[in-house]
Structures are given as C-alpha cells and as structure tokens.
Design a protein around this ligand. Sequence first.
Ligand SMILES: Cc1cc2nc3c(=O)[nH]c(=O)nc-3n(C[C@H](O)[C@H](O)[C@H](O)COP(=O)(O)O)c2cc1C
Length: 432
Amino acid sequence: MKLKDIRALASVQGPARSVSERLARRCYSVEDMRKLAERRLPRSVFDYIEGGSEDEASLRRNKSSYDDWAFLPKWGSVEHHDLGSTLLGGPVAMPLTLSPTGGTRLFHPDGETAVAKAARQAGIPYGLAHLSTTTMEDVSAAAPGLRRWFNLEPTSDKVLLQAVLDRVSNAGYEALLVNVDCRDIGHRERDYRNGFTAPPSIKPKTVIEGALHPRWALGFLANDAIAFPNLDAEIPEGPLSSTPDMWRTLLAGTYEPTDWDDIRDLRARWNGPIILKGCVNPNDAVIAAELGIDAIQVSNHGGRQLDHMASPLDVLPEFVERTAGRLEIIVDGGIRRGSDVVKAIALGADACSIGRPYLYGLAAASQAGVTHVLDLFAAEMTRTMMLLGVSTIQELREEGRDLLRHRSEVFTQTTAPESLEAELAYTELRNH
Ligand SMILES: Cc1cc2nc3c(=O)[nH]c(=O)nc-3n(C[C@H](O)[C@H](O)[C@H](O)COP(=O)(O)O)c2cc1C
C-alpha cells in the first residue's frame, strides 16, 4: 500500500464535544449503560437498583420471557415510519413510559428532575414515585408540559388520602399510578447483606465505598440530604389530624390494609385517569375494568416484591383477552431493548414501561444519560419494526400475533420428522 492509501484509510476521531456524543460513541445498548452505572455507583447503591427479592426468580423470569418469543418478519415495503401512539387519551412519541422509582437522588444528585426533563424531551410520560426524593411540585416546575403521573401508595385513611390527592392535583399531575403490590415490602436480601438503608446511613463500609467512588460521594455530600418530601401530606387540623401516617409506616415495613372498596372510593374522588400498578392476575384486571379503572400496569415491581410472581409478558395475552379493550394495558419488567417493546405491543400491550434502564442512564450521566437510553429504545424500535416489516404502531398492533412465535410453538414444529418423505407423511397425517 502507498502512503496516501494508508492515509485515506486512517480515521482519527476528534474528542467528543459533549456528554451525549461521548455516550453515543461508547454505549450501544442498555447493557453498556448498565456497566457504566455499575462503575459510577458504590456497590450497595448499584445493588439496590439491580436486586430483586429472595431468590430473584421473578427478576430473571421477567427478562427471559422476552427471549421466549421469536420474530417472523414479513416481506414488503415499509413506509411512513412512525413510533407515535396514544395512551390514556393523550399522545406519546413512542409507546413507552418511565416507571416510578423511589430514592432516585441517591443515584445522581439531579435525580427526578433530570429524569422528568429527559421524559419531556422524549415525549413520553413519567410516573413520579410517592417515595421520590424531590417534591412533586419541584418536578412539575422543572418539566412543564411533561405528562406527569403520580405513583400513589393507597391508604384506607380517607383524610390523609384526600390531602394527598389535593396536593397531587394542585401540582398538575394527570393520572394516578396506584400500587397494588405493596402489602408488605419484598425481602431484598442483597440490601440486607450490603447493609443498605433508605435513607442511607453512614457506616465504615459506606465511607470505603464512597472513597472508591469519589464522583458519586462528592455529589451525594454536596447536595441536600436524601429525604421523601411527598410524605409530608398536609393533614387538615382536627380530631383526625393525628391519624398515623401510612407512608411512614410503610417505610418501616408495616402496611395499613386497603381493598377493592378503597379503589372504588378512589375512583369517585379522582377525576383523571387511574392506573393500577402491580397486578399479574387477570381476574384483578376484570374487576378493575368493572370499577371504571382506566389502565393496568401489569407488573411484578421489577421482581422486587413477591418472588416467583408471574412475568408480566407471560400473562399479557390473558389480560388482553379477558379485558377485551375495556381498559388500557401497560407492561413493565425486564424490558431492555426496543425489540422487547415491539414484542409486547404485538402481543396486545398499549405501552411498555421501564425502571432500571433509565436509572442506569441517570447514574451514568444525569439527564444526558436518560436521554441516551431513550434514544437507544427509539432507534431499536425503529430498526426492529423496519426489519419486521411494519411501519407504524397501529400496523404492529393489527399484525400482532402473526409476527411472533413462542418457544413452545417452535418446539412443536421441530418435533416433526427430519427426512423429506417423513415430512410429507407427517404433513399428510396432520391434514387428516
Ligand atoms: C430502584 C427501584 C426503585 C423502585 N421504586 C418503586 C416505587 O417507589 N414505586 C413503584 O411502584 N415501583 C417502584 N419500582 C418498580 C418500578 O416502577 C418498575 O415496576 C420496575 O422497575 C420495572 O422493571 P425493570 O426495572 O426491569 O424495568 C422500583 C424499581 C427500582 C429498580
């Protein structure tokens, strides 16, 4: 080769001009962002994001159930590519939402505010945790125009409930995302082993971890202490104002029971959409539809509550069949690729939701990190749909099940005999 040929081959990239550019050059998947977050965070904080309850069977199943479905692309032209859809009567730029995660400022000092800004930029809704570390009002002020949902821990204490609902409504939240899977706190053994507590307490191990992750430690120490300001519900003065605060007791691990009557009551009190989060039993969805609930977030809390709960994707087809369009269905848990979202939509979900993936983005690079994760999802969905042969979310829904085969169905096919004669005999046998 001549020198000029070698010079033509040489491609030297200049330094990245922004965090976004650096991420685009280094992180090609959510898994890459996960690794970056792992490097940035102390082990006990990373494990708090990463872990599930007990044997983490639900956590593993959430992910593997997506691998159980394979695509059957169809040939034909793909035009007018569009990921836009609607959810609870409003537009979404793609059928994805950000699920509530408590304690978010622990992962990056910009916390919920950074997540909210990234969600607004991406044109998708964000569910703010009741146990968020930024007030619901501050999140509203930081991201006007964002479709904000509030993640409510239900209570049968009506005075407290009304006070919280008034505050949520005044802060401009559109919908309630009501937890129905937190009767107790899941046994998250990684956290116990690591000595992790929320809010965090400082132990010798914390100091060592902080020293090994100085960037995280400086951010943590230079900012306001981690607290849960949405718990400071304004309880009206009067004989009931001394009612025990359910959320503080929830944090302490004891739960004030609620039942379907409380959900019926909540329906009467709240004018906007209500989403029940944490069902994997289709019977619950049928009852919810009868009570006028607008949507179900089929979820096992990312494998953090009851272990061995079914994977949301595994039960999704039954939810779709039993509810027959009477309410909308969102699924979460184990979604790490745009192709996972495509699978869930093809199986009848109206949207998907993610928790850990955007936390990896936040921990890695604040708002730019969350944006990078959302860009990855959008790009992967676009590419998957293009290769699958569908142009729009509407078309994906219509083609739906024809574009997918479950592992069990493929297995049935491969039990057919291998030789041509045997194949023909087998086909004839099946046709009779
Ligand atoms: C660190 C962390 C904190 C969470 N906190 C809450 C919470 O406060 N309320 C809630 O309803 N779900 C909470 N979740 C569950 C998520 O909303 C969501 O259901 C789950 O993360 C989805 O699974 P994925 O992480 O595999 O995407 C939390 C999840 C994580 C990882």
